[in-house]
Design a binder for this molecule. Structure first.
Ligand SMILES: [Zn+2]
Length: 420
């Protein structure tokens, strides 16, 4: 018998064995027209993902996976499956999330679905909020009471002394009075420790803030450094809001891990090679938040050509940072930005990155940055069953990252497209 015939028979036997094999007790299967195991692996067509107790036990070509007897989620079948997404810049500061300890579960569920679940987000980084409220919301999600993403929170942010940014001035005075504006290293350490002891997973620093009329406040370098060192001592991450290049320089000095925005300046805010090299040397990640800029500038009624110049700056920063090997984490600033739909973010990112680079910014990149590559970011056996099921292939059009059929967190749907 020719050798290839033997191998065809062997392969057929293997496939039959797999199809006929029983899936593990208590497992669920979803079928995928296409599966993206990870951004660095070729896609698999006609695939299946099997999970038990919130963990993936098998993922790959349907013929090679034991699926017999597994429960089904028909609304989630037939899409394009990737690992669940992380939005690395959100806020739980809108009134719909206030009073999270006692608010009816149905209301919080609707708010989470509207802002996050329906867009595939299974992990989010809240980059500043009222810590106690966000911790209460997280506890109810983790208890299984409300379907929602895993929340990593920076809790209360630190601002420069007398440096509350102009765009927060409309918030209630009692809220503003509670914001941390340390005047000394001792005060900064006290605030950082209280925040992390209270359940925060990171420290967020506003290094440079606009005060209006062209004036800015800056966090003193020794205060920023002390806050960052204390956070790193606990093995946690430091996030920073830079506003402008001077803010990035302060971030480099302090050893910040993640810049939560790019910077804008009407066609003249270039991140030059020297700046990029310093950022790379510190291993800094960048959250571009590109659609935030047109959103803000349109609201400020600036002419479209100015908006395009400013947005183009940010796209260019993303392109040059990524090209130099810098890490990019997807994030939109939803919760501050009232436009929840990330389609425009994907379109703008696609001007600088490939679809697989965007997938990395949504999955493997943030998993690694948060030291969780062992449990999430890829669709493989042993990983959390956090999955995004898309209607269409993001490899063909990055805007398809925003079109969800289903979102699953730990194997349970947090979103199913109505009528699916
Ligand atoms: Zn923000």
């Amino acid at each position: 018998m020719p050798r290839h015939a033997t191998s065809v028979i062997a392969l057929a036997a293997l496939l039959l064995a797999a199809c006929g094999e029983r899936a593990p007790e208590g497992s669920t299967v979803i079928r995928a027209a296409r599966l993206y195991v990870a951004p660095d692996a070729p896609p698999v067509d006609d695939a299946a993902v099997v999970f038990v107790d919130g963990r993936i036990v098998a993922a790959g070509p349907v013929g090679e996976i034991a699926t017999r007897g597994a429960a089904r989620l028909p609304a989630c079948d037939g899409g394009v499956v990737t690992a669940g997404f992380q939005n690395s810049h959100v806020h739980f500061t809108e009134t719909k999330f206030a009073g999270a300890r006692e608010k009816p579960a149905t209301e919080l569920r609707a708010a989470l679905t509207d802002m996050l679940n329906r867009f595939g987000f299974t992990t989010v980084v809240d980059t500043a909020s009222v810590l106690g409220n966000t911790v209460a919301l997280r506890a109810r999600i983790e208890a299984g009471e409300i379907p929602g993403p895993r929340i990593l929170t920076a809790g209360g942010a630190l601002y420069p002394k007398d440096g509350i940014p102009i765009y927060l001035r409309d918030l209630p005075p009692e809220f503003l009075a509670g914001l941390s504006q340390p005047a000394s290293v001792e005060e900064a350490l006290e605030d950082v420790q209280a925040n992390l002891d209270g359940g925060a997973d990171a420290t967020k620093l506003f290094l440079m803030t606009p005060l209006g009329a062209g004036r800015y406040a800056f966090m003193l370098p020794d205060i920023a450094l002390a806050a960052a060192d204390e956070t790193h001592r606990r093995g946690l991450l430091v996030l920073a809001h830079p506003t402008d290049i001077e803010g990035i320089n302060l971030a480099i000095e302090a050893g910040v891990d993640v810049l939560v925005h790019t910077t804008i300046g009407e066609g003249k805010t270039v991140w030059d090679a020297a700046l990029i090299n310093q950022m790379l040397a510190k291993g800094m990640a960048v959250v571009p938040t590109l659609m935030l800029f047109p959103y803000e500038l349109h609201r400020a009624k600036l002419p479209p050509e100015v908006v395009e110049l400013a947005t183009g700056d940010a796209v260019e920063q993303l392109r040059s940072y990524s090209k130099a090997g810098g890490q990019v984490l997807f994030g939109t600033d939803v919760g501050y930005m009232a436009d929840y739909d990330p389609t425009e973010e994907y379109r703008l990112m696609a001007r600088a990155l490939s679809p697989m680079q965007i997938l990395a910014a949504l999955t493997t990149g943030p998993a690694g940055r948060w030291k969780e590559s062992e449990r999430r970011g890829r669709v493989e056996a042993g990983m959390d069953a956090d999955l995004a099921v898309l209607e269409a292939d993001p490899g063909a059009d990055a805007a398809n990252f925003a079109k969800l059929r289903c979102t699953l967190r730990a194997g349970k749907p947090t979103f199913e497209r109505p009528g699916a």
